[in-house]
Design a protein around this ligand. Structure first.
Ligand code: NIG
Ligand code: FE
Length: 414
């Protein structure tokens, strides 16, 4: 049991029924200046203003002074490809030398490159490497994470990736959601008979993944040259028939009706949205599907940023995630994601913080556990360096302004 006192500012405090923040309300970040926070069994027991603290109610609690610094709930990263076998720095050079991400993929690089490496890697190797990356992310403030398969592209290798993700889920201290992304790219062996791969995903992979209970969600890379609308719909429907809700890669390079198809199928989230037209926005209005922006991917590939203002003007919520993967986003640093959202997407620091905490928790259905300072949620929070306020965090891009990360009430160090 711990009593954290002298918190300079305790930000992102919410009632338990506040799970998603929309439109202009994203510009508000409720907080208490000069606050305390009590923790029991790793959960938030209570919090309030120092002026109202009744210490006699907390006898037996270890008191820890936060030294007048800013406290925020840990970041929630609702979209990553954390499990991979090797980096793809050669493609980075190829792009500098003039090739596009799509041209590299068409030459058999890209996702297929990662699939070759996964086939050769052991489960232990994949697990160790991903746990090491996750350790680095937690030190940078990530307190919950979604992880996708999608570099297997055949049943055995996809199952191998999902087993690794589930092992991470069992062993790490932060909440993890596992997403099956068998429909990430067409393996070269299926060139010219792409529908046969879609049938394989539907008839063989989805039933096996569901039977083994290895996935929380299903994902598809819905994009020109990858999975078209009809194929995406068929895979989402097959997933739904096996109890898998969807989170879909859509509108990364082209807006061609994918968002509407996802909304009609009650996708939990639609992720990327760098290309977004009015019909896409209209289809999201009134739905429960959460738009997710991945600005580090836009930065790294030099593609447009998700139009946050367009979404927020329609009173929609927006979440932010890293998209950490070896091809389009070799960084899972959520502090940088929040900086980019402010610098490149013109989001206010408060809006970006809401997008990377409470809305991101909703985008992976863990609002009851993380995403805000709320009684009963996990006591997972970041303590920032002396003098930092909420705008100083994104302003200080590229530098870690976090002094300490607490996960379930314990200082994180590994
Ligand atoms: O979200 N767009 C599809 N999938 C990943 C990239 C995967 C890769 O290049 O390895 C993404 O950007
Ligand atoms: Fe992705």
């Amino acid at each position: 049991m711990k009593l954290f006192t002298n918190i300079g500012c305790l930000a992102q405090i919410r009632d338990a029924d506040e799970n998603i923040i929309r439109g202009s309300k994203m510009n508000d970040l409720p907080s208490i200046e000069k606050a305390w926070l009590a923790v029991k069994n790793g959960l938030i027991l209570d919090f309030g203003a120092m002026s109202d603290l009744d210490r006699s109610a907390y006898t037996g609690f270890q008191e820890i002074s936060i030294g007048n610094r800013l406290v925020l709930p840990t970041w929630v990263d609702s979209h990553t490809h954390l499990v991979f076998a090797s980096w793809r720095a050669q493609e980075f050079e190829d792009r500098i030398n003039g090739l596009t991400y799509e041209e590299i993929a068409n030459r058999g690089g890209g996702i297929l490159n990662s699939a070759k490496a996964i086939a050769l890697a052991s489960e232990d190797e994949l697990f160790e490497a991903a746990m090491q990356r996750l350790d680095q992310l937690i030190k940078m403030g990530t307190g919950a994470i979604e992880i996708k398969s999608g570099y297997g592209l055949d049943l055995d290798a996809e199952m191998k990736m999902l087993r690794v993700i589930n092992r991470i889920k069992a062993e790490t201290q932060v909440p993890v959601k596992a997403t099956f992304l068998g429909a990430h790219a067409f393996p070269s062996a299926y060139k010219g008979r792409e529908q046969a791969y879609v049938d394989y995903v539907i008839n063989d992979m989805i039933p096996a993944v569901a039977e083994a209970q290895l996935a929380d969600y299903i994902d598809v890379f819905c994009e020109k040259g990858y999975f078209n609308i009809a194929q995406t719909e068929a895979i989402m429907d097959a997933g739904a028939a096996h109890g898998l809700k969807s989170k879909i890669h859509v509108n990364q390079f082209n807006a061609f009706g994918g968002v509407k198809a996802c909304v009609e199928r009650n996708a939990i989230s639609v992720d990327h949205l760098e290309e977004l037209n009015n019909e896409d926005v209209d289809s999201l209005v009134g739905s429960a599907t959460i738009p997710v922006a991945l600005p580090s991917c836009s930065f790294f590939l030099s593609i447009p940023y998700t139009p946050a203002k367009k979404l927020m003007d329609a009173d929609l919520p927006l979440a932010l995630a890293s998209d950490y993967n070896p091809g389009s986003t070799p960084s899972g640093n959520m502090n940088f994601v929040v900086s980019l959202a402010c610098i490149k997407m013109n989001m206010t620091p408060n809006a970006a913080i809401n997008a990377a905490t409470i809305n991101a928790a909703a985008a992976m259905e863990i609002s009851h556990e993380v995403g805000s300072i709320t009684v009963g949620k996990k006591a997972s929070f970041m303590v920032f360096e002396q003098g930092a306020n909420t705008s100083f965090i994104p302003y200080s891009f590229g530098r870690n302004t976090i002094s300490d990360v607490y996960i379930n009430g314990e200082k994180y160090s590994q």
